[in-house]
Design a binder for this molecule. Structure first.
Ligand code: NI
Length: 149
């Protein structure tokens, strides 16, 4: 019997959407005010869902202490009160644009193998009315699985 536990954490970070290989005109056409030169900030909320079977003795499906330690070390310390374009090499000039989509995938790749339970879903809110879910990539088809066509 699998339980799905969600931990919610918050951090604040700044970003700018801008491709250095594009003209200012093209950047503003695509990114609007998000291309403004000095960036802007968001108060992010991250929901971290993990799956686990409750231990018969404790009733716990995951070590919250270990979960929190990973989130503190790998998410809060890395991102909180940072400018993502400068603090995270992947979001530097010529790299990925630090959108909510790219950021939630970046967080997944950073924490999935470090968590004490199987990561099921990340939901990253950039603001109360906008969030992105990421659940990893689908597994490749199993060649041994029977096919019904
Ligand atoms: Ni923004």
């Amino acid at each position: 019997m699998t339980a799905y536990l969600t931990r919610v954490i918050r951090f604040s970070a700044a970003h700018r959407y801008y491709r250095t290989e594009w003209s200012d005109e093209r950047n503003y056409a695509v990114f609007g005010a998000c291309a403004n030169p000095h960036g802007h900030g968001h108060n992010y909320t991250l929901e971290v869902m993990v799956a686990g079977v409750p231990d018969p003795a404790t009733g716990f499906s995951v070590s919250l202490a270990q979960l929190d330690a990973v989130l503190r070390q790998e998410v809060i310390t890395s991102l909180d009160h940072q400018n993502l374009n400068f603090a995270i090499p992947e979001f530097g000039d010529g790299g990925l644009i630090p959108t909510t989509e790219n950021l939630v995938i970046w967080i997944w790749n950073r924490i999935a193998t470090l968590l004490p339970a199987r990561l099921v879903r990340l939901r990253l809110y950039e603001e109360p009315g906008l969030f992105v879910d990421y659940m990893g990539e689908p597994s490749p088809p199993d060649p041994d699985r029977p096919r019904f066509v």
